[in-house]
Design a binder for this molecule. Structure first.
Ligand SMILES: CCCCC/C=C\C/C=C\C/C=C\C/C=C\C/C=C\CCCCC(=O)SCCNC(=O)CCNC(=O)[C@H](O)C(C)(C)COP(=O)(O)OP(=O)(O)OC[C@H]1O[C@@H](n2cnc3c(N)ncnc32)[C@H](O)[C@@H]1OP(=O)(O)O
Ligand SMILES: Cc1cc2nc3c(=O)[nH]c(=O)nc-3n(C[C@H](O)[C@H](O)[C@H](O)COP(=O)(O)OP(=O)(O)OC[C@H]3O[C@@H](n4cnc5c(N)ncnc54)[C@H](O)[C@@H]3O)c2cc1C
Length: 667
């Protein structure tokens, strides 16, 4: 066993680093100011006992939820008392590190009002929401429909005699089901419902419905509301009160319909604005773009744990070296771990770019320029899908990379996975979102002779060239030319999209044919998104990365791109753009990259700057003192509260002493 005397067991690893760690920390934080805020908020949370994460996986649901309410309330009090800025407040929430009702209040309720409310409505609701005098949730999904938003059943029928909407849940399947914060905390719900005026159904619109009394928090008359039940895993997403909600002819004032995109007048006339109806999906675009950087953070946590542990853990050995080998020395461990490390870096770079993409589209929308909205929708939907799927799988892979100890909650990995994996479903099921990307690609290709594709789809403008010329790589180092690398991803994506588009074009255009081709459509969407990820990572590196970290970032960028190329070799080969030999050359290059990462691996995860408190992992501790803390941790297990276990007298002792079974047994 190691000594547990506070020594840095990873000091030798850290001494090998070949880059400027501090500069990398600042880069990953998004700048010096962000780095300072992050450091300050991490300490603030770590030093406040109310925010302790200890025992979270052992708490019963009621205690877990109450504790989460306590933390959220304390976070809000801290924000107010310390006069924290919005950026600081968000960072504080980040380090508190558990899903809670305020996420939906700040993350969806408020953005939806901003995006879909008129100025007058914003003036009415936002001040209340900003001071948390009301708590809002985002109630879109129902028991019967989530992905198919147009299929929602809740109705909002206008009654001109009272100037009110009657909110109603006509069927069991129309019950709102899943909204976070709805179950127990929210006072108001942003409800997506079918608008009906004069017996005419105008489709889905957004309404603000009060659901609980502001006096005593009881449900308002004819509102049935509660929590939907325990979810996957210990701790994890169970700190959130995902809820159900039914209305039985509940009346709300006409002004509670968000009317920026469409209006209902006092006399019941329905008037559409000339703005695209897709703006009604704005809150989803906002959250999806944020999910990409979140993916990087979650993946970087799992990778930090797995890298540090892999440097501490030793198994077997060889004749050439004394003692056992660190498992990080094994090529198979490297080939599973280092691409995930590179992916966490890639998503960080792309996440920064997504922020600028979102800022740009918002500016355009304010100027009534809707031209980039379809591309931004495809981009946010697609990258949300890919990054969450890869991150969820990556966390699970990191658990396996930590062997048996990874399966213990003390590793931090099971809870991390449980908290993260719903990201593959919420904010749009990942397959549904890729199909949205595929529809965008088909549309873009169908118009390519008339409309020049822009932004991330611009390469489709070169479809002819990309479809005819082949990859020029003849030696391994040819792959280090980023234009060559990018062209491979562009050609593969363009060819996959063109192939499925051609097949569809030859058909009758029926929905059945579209369905038949959805696996290929999803693959082509994935190819397009992988291209965006690789190209934006490269682009970010080429735009002013500090000297002290550029080389390492380049290594990570190649690692990411080559591993994507190799993992998807089947697709690349099937398009005919690359040969088997060229893939083999990329494999060799990837191994060279692993050799470059190896001495820097621990420092590269240190650069994520996760505190021990935030990681909550005995395996991923900064000092690498894994075994002492695993051993100490066992004594916190409630089963060890007594030496002789509760239940011994009733259930163990009879087995041991009564010998009830043996006489009849042949064993
Ligand atoms: C200062 C104090 C600080 C305190 C700190 C405290 C707290 C922290 C604060 C904040 C945290 C921040 C962020 C985190 C916030 C929340 C995150 C946490 C948890 C997340 C919870 C998850 C919530 C949800 O899940 S909400 C429900 C989500 N539901 C879905 O995503 C449904 C998926 N389905 C769809 O999106 C659609 O139905 C569809 C699949 C797109 C189909 O739509 P439909 O209308 O049927 O469309 P059609 O296919 O016909 O398309 C029409 C047309 O529209 C285009 N389109 C579709 N979607 C969009 C879009 N989003 N944007 C733009 N355009 C869109 C589509 O392409 C078609 O175009 P065209 O006609 O072909 O041209
Ligand atoms: C933890 C969590 C938090 C959530 N928070 C909220 C919230 O705050 N507010 C809110 O409104 N909602 C929330 N949701 C709901 C969430 O947005 C939906 O669950 C999500 O959009 C998926 O919809 P669904 O459940 O209807 O899945 P379904 O659409 O029923 O998907 C089931 C399967 O069918 C497949 N499928 C469905 N349609 C097609 C198709 N056309 N083609 C091919 N395959 C298809 C899907 O890929 C999937 O594999 C939350 C969900 C979770 C898990």
């Amino acid at each position: 066993m190691q000594d547990g005397n506070g020594l840095d067991h990873l000091a030798g690893e850290r001494a090998m680093a070949q880059f400027d760690l501090q500069a990398m920390k600042v880069y990953l934080a998004g700048g010096q100011r962000e780095y300072e805020i992050s450091t300050k908020m991490a300490q603030l949370v770590a030093n406040d006992p109310v925010f302790s994460k200890e025992d979270r996986v052992r708490l019963a649901r009621k205690d877990l939820y109450k504790n989460s309410l306590r933390k959220a309330g304390h976070a809000w009090k801290t924000i107010l008392e310390k006069g924290l800025s919005e950026v600081e407040g968000l960072k504080l929430r980040h380090f508190v590190d558990e899903p809670t009702y305020t996420d939906l209040h700040w993350g969806m309720f408020i953005p939806a009002i901003k995006g879909q409310g008129t100025e007058e409505q914003q003036h009415k609701w936002l001040p209340l929401a900003y001071k948390m005098a009301i708590i809002g949730c985002y109630a879109q999904t129902e028991l019967g429909h989530g992905s198919n938003v147009q299929g929602l059943e809740t109705t909002a029928t206008f009654d001109p005699t009272t100037d009110e909407f009657i909110m109603h849940s006509p069927t069991v399947t129309s019950t709102k089901w899943w909204p976070g914060g709805l179950g127990k905390a929210s006072t108001h719900a942003l409800v997506y419902a079918r608008l009906i005026t004069d017996k005419k159904d105008h489709g889905i619109h957004a309404f603000i419905a009060p659901i609980r009394s502001l006096e005593d928090h009881t449900p308002l008359p004819n509102v049935t509301v509660g929590d939907i039940g325990v979810k996957f895993g210990n701790g994890g997403y169970n700190t959130m009160d995902n809820g159900f909600l039914r209305f039985d002819h509940v009346r709300i004032p006409r002004e509670n319909m968000l009317m920026r995109l469409a209006t209902v007048t006092k006399d019941g006339k329905y008037v559409r604005s000339n703005k695209p109806r897709q703006l009604g999906y704005g809150a989803m675009v906002f959250v999806r773009q944020g999910i990409v950087i979140d993916a990087s953070i979650y993946l970087s946590r799992a990778v930090t744990i797995a890298v540090r542990y892999s440097a501490v853990r030793r198994q077997f050995g060889n004749k050439d070296e004394p003692g056992e080998l660190q498992v990080i020395q094994y090529r198979t461990q490297q080939s599973r771990l280092f691409p995930l490390l590179a992916t966490a870096y890639a998503y960080r770079a792309v996440g920064f770019w997504m922020k600028s993409l979102y800022a740009d589209v918002m500016k355009r929308l304010n100027d009534n320029d809707f031209s980039t909205l379809p591309e931004v929708h495809a981009c946010t939907a697609g990258l949300k899908s890919i990054t969450t799927s890869v991150t969820a799988d990556g966390i699970e892979e990191c658990r396996k990379l930590c062997g048996g100890h990874g399966f213990l909650c003390a590793s931090g990995l099971p809870e991390l996975y449980a908290a993260y994996v719903p990201a593959c479903t919420y904010e749009g099921d990942n397959t549904i979102l890729l199909l949205q990307v595929a529809r965008f690609l088909l549309k873009t290709l169908s118009q390519v002779s008339k409309v020049r594709p822009v932004g991330t789809a611009a390469y489709l403008g070169n479809i002819k060239q990309l479809s005819t010329q082949n990859c020029k790589v003849s030696q391994g180092h040819d792959w280090l030319n980023t234009s060559v690398l990018l062209e491979a991803f562009e050609a593969r994506s363009a060819r996959q999209a063109a192939a499925v588009a051609l097949r569809l074009a030859k058909g009758s255009g029926s929905e059945a044919e579209f369905q038949e081709n959805t696996p290929e459509l999803v693959e082509s969407a994935r190819a397009h998104c992988q291209l965006i990820l690789v190209s934006k990572f490269i682009e970010q590196l080429q735009t002013g990365t500090p000297e002290g970290i550029r080389k390492q970032l380049e290594v990570l960028c190649y690692t990411y791109a080559f591993s994507q190329l190799i993992d998807n070799a089947g697709d690349f080969l099937a398009t005919g753009y690359v040969t088997g030999n060229q893939i083999a050359l990329a494999k060799e290059e990837l191994k060279h990259m692993f050799d470059k990462i190896r001495p820097n691996a621990v420092a590269l995860v240190d650069a994520f700057d996760h505190t021990d408190d935030y990681l909550g992992s005995a395996l991923g501790r900064y000092d690498g003192d894994v075994y002492t803390h695993l051993y100490k941790g066992a004594f916190k297990e409630s089963l060890n509260d007594t030496v002789v276990v509760d239940g011994y007298e009733e259930y163990l002792k009879p087995v041991l002493t009564q010998n009830l079974w043996a006489p009849h047994s042949k064993l």
